[in-house]
Design a protein around this ligand. Structure first.
Ligand code: CA
Length: 722
């Protein structure tokens, strides 16, 4: 019976709300097994949320309308659950027949009764703590996929794990990466017709990106699609990679000093079942600085470096290349195109078009034809200085040459910076309004070449830029001025007009992913510790909840026995939280991580425990006695090996330990035991003995002591003016 209902509803594919099927699908779902038809028709199954972006189109729109603009002020906490990891939480939960499944930091999985919050089971893949040193952007995980009776998880250390959905027991697991390299997996897998598709990250460290498909039944690898050429004539690259090789200096891609090339597929995917095309978003180059990857002696040669920063369409059955569109040819600013890919149909210039939309890091909102890859239009959704616009005939950017940096030349201040104008945080689409809601922000970056850069693929960032070049001086006036240039906003973007219809300003960057609903609502959490509901048509804030922590993950909505719920995983973290100046942002609130699942319904009356007071101890570093030369050496090594997690300039990130306050700062032996020998590796602080000499590690200590003393001198001013 259930199969028959599925078959009938499958005929209605494309309709957003198929009232007749909606309830029937609930019954069919209770049979448990997730089929190809269930995933293709997930849009009609409003009770559940069975795919990462809710449907293969990844619109993150739910037709549910029980909670609407008129009654959202009655929304209250139904239940909450504290998580056992205090790091960035970025996951989209899945909801299947009254059960909610989610992933947390450190790739853990939990299953809850979606109505009561009862914990049904928990799974910990026991990712080794020192894996954290391979992660550019916190030890996060963005979610699960489901097929049959199983859930699929990618772990930080690169495993694909199949779990029994009822019990949480491991069905099989498979290592999907070379674990001797700095690959990590943080993205949610997708499943297409029994194939589990998953990519990986690590382009900051020097890996070669790919996406691969595994048999859902047993984990056998079925195909692998590399995004950059092997650079080795014996590698037998397929035609699409031989074409790409023309756009690289392939000498740097092979051999013992190879740079990997990057192009990792670490997050975004979408699928069109009618066209049978899988769309993947490809990341930045490795290293970032193109001058180290392209033809020409001194790095002045050009080269698009395909398929970096591209959207690529491939056949999910075979991994065969179909088409690509490159958003940033010859990318050099970490302008990934791994951002959310969303599919929709809309009328443009009097014609119905099947489009694919993306707001990649480079600051332009793209609308392209998803059948052919043809460029339709693009306009900037944030301030942009690297390009004047996109040439409508060629689809290529009209670049500002001032923003290109080579191996030895001058630095450039570029907007967007490496965090982008929009990062991984999912957008949402409201079909009735024809609006895309973009969690956007503005944060420029100083790009200065790292001269004589050599790859070190064991540890540390491999970007070919001096990451200490943009460090702020110990001057509160300048720091506040820079803080004033940081913006965060929710932009309601009209993809046909290519302009915003409304914009909500937030306190700063790095706000949460978005959900849109049939109740005319847009839900979004903020870095400023709020979880908000806005009117989709106007942006008016209609409801707000004090979340006690920054919320970066996207919400979902579902029903259990006819009651609508909205759920979001709270917990500050991720790339911005690790690289932001903790002192500077202290007045802007997101200085703590409270990792917690929050679930709401109309009339919900649960309350959170009282908020803990944050104690801020004054800086008390040992005196700075090292030579200027030693401090300079420490600064250079800190920028390459430490800043990514402990914040530039050693100012203390908002998530990880503030090194200016480290107990070992005054004790050279303790410092060496941690940094050289890996005393705290199980906590995530790996040993750096393979990359840094004892002299260099001691120089880093001298640099941090120096910085702590500088900041102590301005501390009174900071506290007085907060
Ligand atoms: Ca990157």
């Amino acid at each position: 019976m259930a199969m028959k209902i599925w078959a009938t509803c499958a005929l209605l594919a494309g309709a957003l709300v198929t009232t007749g099927c909606e309830e029937a699908l609930g019954d069919a779902g209770s049979e448990g097994r997730i089929t190809a038809a269930a995933l293709t028709n997930a849009g009609a199954d409003s009770a559940n949320w069975i795919s990462h972006g809710r449907t293969y189109s990844e619109q993150r729109f739910s037709p549910l309308d029980q909670i609407d603009t008129a009654n959202v002020d009655e929304l209250g906490l139904a239940w909450f659950a504290d998580m056992d990891t205090a790091r960035g939480q970025e996951a989209t939960p899945l909801v299947i027949d009254g059960r909610l499944y989610l992933t947390t930091a450190w790739s853990k999985v939990k299953a809850f009764d979606a109505a009561t919050g009862e914990l049904l089971w928990a799974y910990d893949p026991e990712v080794p703590g020192e894996t954290a040193v391979k992660a550019c952007c916190d030890v996060v995980n963005r979610g699960l996929a489901t097929w049959g009776d199983a859930l699929f998880l990618g772990t930080l250390d690169g495993r694909l794990v199949a779990l029994d959905r009822d019990s949480g027991e491991v069905l099989w697991e498979k290592v999907t990466v070379d674990q001797s390299q700095s690959y990590t997996v943080t993205g949610a897998p997708r499943v297409i017709d029994g194939k589990v598709i998953i990519g990986n990250g690590g382009a900051e460290f020097g890996v070669r990106g790919y996406v691969a498909a595994y048999d859902a039944a047993g984990g056998e690898e079925l195909w692998r699609f590399y995004t950059v050429p092997a650079g080795d004539e014996d590698a037998d690259d397929p035609a699409y990679l031989q074409d790409a090789a023309e756009t690289w200096n392939t000498d740097v891609l092979a051999g013992s000093d190879a740079i990997g090339g990057g192009g990792t597929v670490w997050d975004s995917m979408a699928y069109d079942p009618d066209l049978d095309l899988l769309y993947i978003g490809v990341g930045n180059g490795s290293p970032w600085n193109r001058a180290y990857r392209s033809p020409g002696e001194d790095g002045t040669g050009e080269g698009d470096n395909l398929y970096l920063s591209s959207i690529v369409a491939i056949r999910p059955d075979t991994g065969e290349y179909v088409w690509h569109y490159q958003t940033t040819p010859g990318e050099t600013w970490d302008y990934t195109a791994t951002q959310h890919i969303m599919l929709a149909d809309m009328e443009i210039d009097g014609e119905m078009r099947q489009v694919l939309m993306q707001a990649p890091k480079n600051g332009f909102f793209y609308v392209i034809d998803r059948e052919t890859g043809e460029f339709i239009s693009a306009e900037p959704y944030v301030s942009v200085n690297w390009a004047e616009g996109i040439d409508p005939d060629t689809g290529r950017p009209i670049e500002n040459p001032e923003t290109r940096v080579d191996k030895t030349g001058k630095a450039a201040l570029v907007t967007p910076g490496a965090l982008g104008g929009h990062n991984w945080h999912p957008m949402a689409y409201h079909p009735g309004e024809n609006l895309v809601f973009i969690p956007a922000f503005e944060a420029g970056m100083m790009y200065a070449p790292e001269t004589d850069w050599k790859p070190d693929r064991a540890r540390g960032f491999n970007v070919g830029f001096d990451l200490g070049a943009g460090d702020l001086p110990p001057d509160m006036g300048i720091r506040r001025e820079v803080a004033g240039t940081l913006r965060g906003m929710l932009v309601a973007w009209d993809p046909v007009a290519q302009q915003p219809r409304w914009t909500v300003e937030h306190e700063g960057p790095w706000n949460g992913g978005v959900l849109a609903t049939g109740g005319g609502l847009v839900f979004q959490g903020t870095a400023g510790s709020e979880f908000n509901a806005y009117d989709a048509s106007s942006g008016e804030k209609l409801w707000s909840f004090a979340a006690q922590t920054g919320v970066v993950a996207p919400p979902v909505t579902y029903t259990v026995e006819g009651e609508q719920y909205v759920a979001v995983l709270a917990g500050w973290g991720g790339a911005y939280a690790l690289s932001v100046d903790g002192d500077l942002m202290a007045s802007k609130a997101p200085v703590r991580n409270v990792s917690r699942l929050l679930v709401f319904r109309l009339g919900g009356e649960d309350v959170l425990p009282a908020e803990m007071e944050l104690a801020s101890l004054p800086l008390d570093p040992p005196a700075s006695r090292a030579s200027a030369e030693t401090i300079a050496l420490g600064k250079a090594k800190y920028a390459r090996y430490c800043a990514v997690c402990h914040a530039p300039g050693a100012v203390g990130s908002t998530v990880l330990p503030d090194l200016r306050r480290a107990g070992s700062l005054g004790n050279a032996q303790s410092w060496m035991a941690v940094v050289h020998d890996g005393l705290l590796k199980d906590n995530g602080m790996a040993a750096f003995s393979g990359s840094l000499s004892r002299e260099e590690i001691e120089a880093i200590r001298a640099y941090v002591i120096h910085r702590a003393n500088e900041d102590k001198a301005i501390e009174g001013e900071r506290i007085a003016r907060r």
